[in-house]
Design a protein around this ligand. Structure first.
Ligand code: HEC
Ligand code: HEC
Ligand code: HEC
Length: 350
């Protein structure tokens, strides 16, 4: 738990000691509050689970998790707010004085950076992208930067929270960027494979940092190392052995390099075939973690093949999700069958 708080504290302090102004400061009509401008605030408030993440902490389910952990009020405990409502656990001097309204949930600045120094001028046409970034507006343009902004909350959760009934976290950017109600211009879906590769390399880096304190990460590290080495781009960067120290550096090198590679349908198709063939290396229930790493890869590659392929393969993708629901019910043979079904549905027909 402590590790996670430290990682997030680092993310929150990335822009020095800039203050948080709250989502209300973004919501003016003509800015991001609709009207003649954009409507990011409305999308977030109405559709995005991030705006309800604080509400989750006052639910019955949270109470049960909190009881098991002997936390009196989850909505007031940093063990929960660090991800569900980070402004609640930010140091008081980081919150703007005139911010009276509560800033519950995962609000704009949790992803875009504290606004104190960029709010006034980030829309001016004479201001360069570099100047905006220097003022604390996080650059989320590259896959690497995006993955870094999500992984702190989505990558991993302490074993004690899982035992207490918290849902397992699965981090894979191609899927999560599709599932998060978009408040941005369309991403190029052909780059889904890149989003997968970069986010899994970033996740591997984070799990390696936690390896010493959290032995539960070992099997996920092994599985990610395996699947990334089997991908054409990963083999060039990752060492053959699983040693968290060197691996975490090379995982980040891979993430950065992969973030610069442009994908096209032919490259995605080749990677899909290569990845589907890996199902033969999932021989029994002991290889469950590998199956867990394969499914998001296949999903992202299917997305990368285009909207048609993804629509055609809907049922097969659900079957794969069901196949990895629990290690207790995992059946390697059925799993291989489900992968073959997906491959035949998305195969190009003459
Ligand atoms: C400050 C922590 C935090 C950050 C940063 C963050 N999230 Fe989340 N996210 C959450 C929490 C907490 C929930 C669960 C909200 C709920 O239902 O209570 C969530 C839920 C989601 C969901 C819906 C559930 C799921 O996992 O499918 C998606 C999709 C998602 N986030 C995508 C992203 C993406 C993409 C990024 C990075 C661009 C990101 N998040 C950054 C904390 C965060
Ligand atoms: C490391 C970040 C993190 C921490 C710490 C954390 N959560 Fe979560 N929580 C998430 C994310 C991300 C999700 C969304 C998971 C998904 O749907 O895939 C989530 C989902 C949940 C859900 C299910 C919400 C739903 O509607 O499905 C509950 C309940 C919950 N969290 C309660 C808690 C409580 C209580 C605590 C503190 C004891 C806590 N969480 C601590 C990140 C975190
Ligand atoms: C969970 C993380 C997250 C949260 C919360 C979030 N954003 Fe974003 N936002 C993103 C990502 C990722 C992008 C895409 C970045 C890119 O392509 O450069 C983005 C893009 C944007 C853009 C650029 C749109 C475009 O098409 O160029 C604006 C403006 C924006 N966000 C405003 C907001 C506002 C206002 C809020 C709060 C109401 C908010 N965001 C909350 C992650 C987030």
């Amino acid at each position: 738990m402590r590790t996670i708080i430290i990682i997030l504290a680092m993310a929150v302090s990335a822009a020095g000691a800039d203050k948080f102004l709250g989502w209300q400061s973004c919501s003016t009509t003509g800015c991001h509050g609709g009207g003649s401008g954009d409507d990011q605030v409305l999308t977030w408030q109405k559709l995005d689970r991030h705006s309800r993440a604080y509400g989750t902490l006052i639910s019955e389910r949270s109470k049960r998790i909190a009881d098991a952990l002997k936390i009196a009020e989850p909505a007031k405990s940093a063990q929960c707010t660090v991800c569900h409502s980070p402004m609640e656990s930010a140091a008081p001097e980081r919150i703007a004085k005139n911010l009276k309204a509560p800033n519950h949930g995962v609000s704009c600045e949790a992803c875009h950076g504290p606004a104190e120094n960029y709010l006034r001028f980030h829309t001016r046409p004479d201001v360069t992208a570099a100047q905006r970034v220097a003022a604390g507006l996080r650059d989320l343009d590259s896959s690497h930067a995006r993955a870094n902004s999500c992984v702190g909350c989505h990558g991993n959760i302490g074993a004690e929270l899982l035992t207490a009934g918290h849902p397992t976290l699965r981090f894979e950017l191609a899927r999560q960027l599709v599932e998060m109600p978009p408040h941005w211009k369309d991403f190029d879906q052909q780059q889904s494979a890149q989003a997968w590769l970069v986010s899994q390399a970033v996740l591997l880096r984070e799990l390696c940092w936690q390896a010493a304190k959290n032995p539960g990460t070992a099997r996920r590290i092994e599985a990610l190392h395996w699947i990334l080495r089997e991908s054409a781009d990963g083999a060039a960067h990752l060492p053959p052995t699983v040693e968290p120290g060197p691996l975490r550096t090379s995982a980040d090198t891979l993430a950065k390099a992969a973030s610069a590679v442009k994908w096209n349908t032919a490259k995605t198709r080749a990677q899909f075939d290569r990845t589907a063939a890996l199902a033969s290396q999932v021989k029994d229930a002991a290889a469950f973690s590998r199956a867990e790493a394969l499914v998001p890869a296949l999903r992202a590659l299917t997305l990368g093949l285009g909207k048609d392929a993804a629509a055609k393969a809907k049922t097969q993708l659900i079957a794969l999700d069901l196949a990895i629901r629990s290690p207790a019910t995992f059946d390697a043979q059925k799993f291989a069958g489900a992968v073959a079904d997906l491959a035949s549905v998305v195969a190009t027909r003459p």
